[in-house]
Design a protein around this ligand. Structure first.
Ligand code: KG4
Ligand code: ZN
Length: 392
């Protein structure tokens, strides 16, 4: 099964084409084409993602990256096409709210043979709704024109599955997954612990009561005068501080660490940094390093403590970390060392660095399982708050 997957939930426009084989117990994926355009440079001057701008950029980027992905997959064959008037009218209606996309779309598809793909998968949520809609409408237009079935993907399921996949001989494989799986999902919009007792069935074990952990990284970075996105910047300063190995004068609170629940809170931590900076508005470069170091240590400690509690409560056999913040070196290292020491029977799976932040490969992985279950849809609505799991 060849899947073409589209991701536009936030500030990355991405399309991937994967050849998928096997079944739910043992699936293999070969990446035939993978393209991604990051808008980080555009949003940086606003200090965060600006939804209207993200929407406009997705609309501009989708056709060029579709062409690039098809070309890379050797599925692009030029040939002029006659598009029936009725189809053209329906597609114009679907794309009516995406300025500029309609013309680019028709220009491209009028010169391109229907490619040999089997399914189109697209992110339906969670994310920024104006951004999600662009990808969804584009997917619907392609599915209509090329007469391909469509599946809607939950972005967070993509993060979990890309963490479960391991890479060998240019192939991603998902097999031998010991259930239950506990997933710690940490990104710009999410911080949650989700349990998968049965394959692709989810239960919410804990979540943030306020800010997401990536959001805390980004906000603290902004307070320290660092550019967006702040996660990698904080991480870089903290690693410098660790290398120098001098005593850190700062101590931050560990929010909710002894609350007895698997819920998180990061707003208090952010406020604690804000108060510290009020007392000391002109931090030196060294002091910033130390503060970044203490902040990152605090986050890693809280994430680990809550995850360990969830492991105890659920008896999970596999632990997965997914989402943009799982790129963080210190968090990866902390979890690796603690699992080896305290839970040697639990398998830890963390995505390859290239799959941690948003991409379309992860959407194709989730799309494969949804298509295998024949969960095809004719219409999709963007849902910014789409959730994977409810509290049991
Ligand atoms: O999953 P993702 O790419 O987008 C969302 O779905 O939100 O996550 C983006 C978040 C941002 O907040 C960014 O600062 C954070 O992931 N991030 C990191 C690192 N790389 C990205 N946070 C900490 N350390 C990193 N190395
Ligand atoms: Zn994400």
């Amino acid at each position: 099964m060849k899947i073409l997957a589209i991701e536009t939930s936030c500030d990355e426009t991405a399309i991937a084409i994967l050849e998928c084989e096997g079944d739910e117990k043992d699936a293999r994926f070969r990446v035939l084409g993978n393209t991604l355009l990051s808008q980080i440079d555009i949003h940086r001057k606003y200090g965060g993602v600006f939804p209207a701008l993200a929407k406009r950029e997705h609309a501009k980027n989708l056709v060029p990256i579709l062409e690039a992905a098809l070309e890379e997959a050797e599925l692009l064959h030029e040939d002029s096409q006659v598009i029936p008037e009725e189809t053209r009218a329906k597609i114009s209606e679907i794309l009516a709210r995406e300025p500029g996309l309609t013309e680019a779309f028709f220009e491209f598809v009028s010169e391109c043979e229907r490619p040999a793909i089997d399914v189109i998968a697209v992110t339906a949520g969670p994310g920024l709704e104006p951004a999600l809609w662009v990808g969804i409408n584009f997917a619907k237009a392609l599915a209509l024109l090329w007469e391909k079935p469509l599946v809607a993907v939950n972005h967070m399921e993509g993060h979990i599955l890309s963490a479960l996949a391991y890479s060998k001989d240019n192939t991603l494989t998902i097999n031998n997954v010991a259930l239950p799986v506990l997933a710690l999902l940490i990104s710009g919009g999410h911080t949650e612990l989700v349990l998968m007792k049965e394959w692709l069935k989810y239960e919410l074990i804990g979540q943030t009561r306020d800010d997401a952990v990536g959001e805390a990284f980004d906000k603290v970075a902004r307070m320290l005068g660092l550019p967006y996105p702040g996660g990698p910047e904080i991480s870089r300063l903290a690693e410098d501080a660790r290398r120098e190995n001098v005593e850190n004068p700062y101590v931050l609170p560990r929010p909710m660490i002894d609350s007895g629940t698997c819920d998180f809170s990061f707003a208090g931590l952010k406020t604690a940094v804000l108060y510290m900076l009020k007392d000391k508005p002109d931090l030196s470069a060294k002091e910033k390093q130390h503060l970044a170091h203490e902040f990152e240590n605090t986050v890693a400690e809280v994430l680990w403590k809550k995850t360990a509690q969830a492991l105890e409560e659920t008896g999970a056999q596999t632990l997965v970390i997914g989402g943009g913040v799982s790129a963080n070196t210190h968090i990866r290292r902390t979890f690796g060392a603690n699992i080896a020491q305290e839970y040697p029977d639990v398998t830890l799976r963390i995505p390859a660095a290239s799959l941690t932040t948003d991409n379309a490969i992860m959407i194709a992985l989730a799309g494969f399982y949804r298509a295998s279950r024949k969960e095809f849809v004719t219409d999709i609505t963007a849902n910014g708050n789409l959730s994977l799991a409810k509290k049991p």
